[in-house]
Design a protein around this ligand. Structure first.
Ligand code: ZN
Length: 429
């Protein structure tokens, strides 16, 4: 019996692949045609919203507006949001204020664009709503077990106040799929592989099922997990060749790969295999950081997750947290000084959503200037998600996602941890 061959894909996978390709093509054509640059969900294929506009109208007035792109600060600012999209933002008097629109008084407050969490696991509607309340209005999924992130992405399109904008990763490309074998009938045959998902064919299959399900990115790993005491996060799971196979399969669908990594060798293999962003990366070394700068590979250190391990009741994890956090902070500062792009991500999962402001606080503690730390959760992360014209700024044409803060975030970035108000697509949450 041959247990290493992957059974042929079902005709439904082939068909779904064709449909996904056709949908992507239709989206491309819509963008090339007359589609407005105002899709509040940032989706190139968005077009008209099902059931009409799901964004709200709102005028926010009187606050101090910070533009993370330029560092410019505008006092007594007015932000006009229509159908969930910013129509104008600037100093009072320079902006035409529409009549009959709800007004949010922001005198004495600071206004920032909604924040981006570039690594989060949203498996429930409750987590999605919590992420928004804590300021993350755009997110990139770090995978979910049963494609819940794709459903959350749709939830956000229909009712943006209930969920952040999502770049979905679908299921994790990992040797042992476990329960995820039941996530799609085209994954189930992989149960017959005695060694798990390791052959080029098997790796391609998981990526192809993800693409057919409509993922925006592909998530894989090079190392074992840090958050599981029995695992050695420095042990390598996939080789450079296996990672290159995953990257190639993802690229066929036009998607980038984010890779869970810890050891320097693992980080180097992942980066040289062509991943788009390195996740965690505690022991990333200088040669790999240079390679990342050369290639434009992003670094998503998820400092908040590593710091969170320090409070673990498990002594192995607590010790790991204490050892890894200072190493990771040094890597973050070295990356920043070299010019490697950084993205903020909390790696929240399992029902607990950490505020994305916590990651910004740790970026600052690592040594980034306040504005640069804020950029990791705004303009920088938005670029990684392909949302640089949708998220990360409050300017004409950008999404009407706003965090209202009670103090100057440039003087104290911890203000980002507790927004006094969050506006999602023009609707106060
Ligand atoms: Zn994760």
């Amino acid at each position: 019996m041959c247990v290493e061959a992957v059974p042929p894909p079902s005709s439904s996978l082939t068909r779904r692949g064709i449909l996904a390709g056709a949908a992507a093509l239709a989206g491309t054509m819509a963008v090339a045609g007359a589609a407005p640059a105002s899709a509040a969900d940032g989706s190139p294929a968005a077009g008209p919203r099902p059931g009409g506009a799901s964004g709200g109208d709102l005028v926010i007035e009187g606050g101090t507006l910070l533009d993370p792109a330029t560092g410019e600060v505008t006092e007594d600012a007015v932000v006009v949001i229509t159908d969930g999209v910013v129509r104008a933002a600037g100093r009072r008097g320079s902006v035409t204020v529409p009549q009959g629109v709800p007004v949010l008084d922001a005198h004495g407050r600071w206004l920032l664009p909604g924040l981006v969490d570039a690594h989060i696991h949203l498996s429930t509607a409750a987590e999605a709503a919590d992420a928004v309340r804590k300021g993350a209005t755009s997110t990139r999924s770090g995978s979910t077990s049963f494609y819940q992130d794709i459903a959350v992405r749709e939830l956000a399109r229909h009712s943006p106040a209930l969920a952040p904008r999502v770049r979905a990763a679908g299921v994790f490309v990992t040797p042992n799929l476990g329960e995820t074998l039941l996530a799609d009938p085209d994954l189930t045959p992989l149960v017959r592989l005695k060694d798990g998902v390791r052959s080029a064919e098997a790796l391609r299959r998981v990526v192809e099922v993800n693409l057919a399900r409509g993922v925006d990115v592909v998530k894989t790993r090079v190392n074992e997990r840090a958050g599981v005491p029995e695992q050695d996060p420095l042990a390598q799971v996939y080789s450079r060749e296996q990672l290159a196979e995953i990257v190639a399969a993802a690229r066929k669908g036009g998607k980038g790969v984010l890779c869970h990594s810890y050891s320097e060798r693992g980080c180097h293999d992942a980066v040289t295999a062509g991943i788009r962003s390195l996740e965690h990366g505690a022991f990333v070394g200088e040669r790999t950081l240079h390679e990342m700068r050369r290639r434009g590979t992003y670094f998503t250190p998820t400092l908040a997750a590593i710091a969170g391990m320090i409070d673990s009741p498990n002594p192995v994890l607590a010790e790991r947290g204490r050892t890894y956090l200072p190493v990771l902070k040094r890597a973050v500062l070295a990356a920043h000084e070299l010019g490697v792009p950084l993205a903020a991500g909390t790696d929240s999962s399992g029902g607990t959503v950490r505020p994305i402001g916590r990651e910004v606080e740790l970026m600052r503690e690592a040594g980034l200037p306040a504005l640069d730390a804020i950029r990791t959760a705004t303009t920088g992360a938005a670029r990684l998600l392909g949302l640089e014209r949708t998220a990360g700024r409050l300017a004409r044409g950008y999404a009407g996602d706003v965090v209202v803060l009670d103090r100057d975030p440039l003087a104290d970035v911890t203000a980002l941890k507790q927004p006094v108000r969050v506006v999602r697509a023009g609707t106060p949450v």
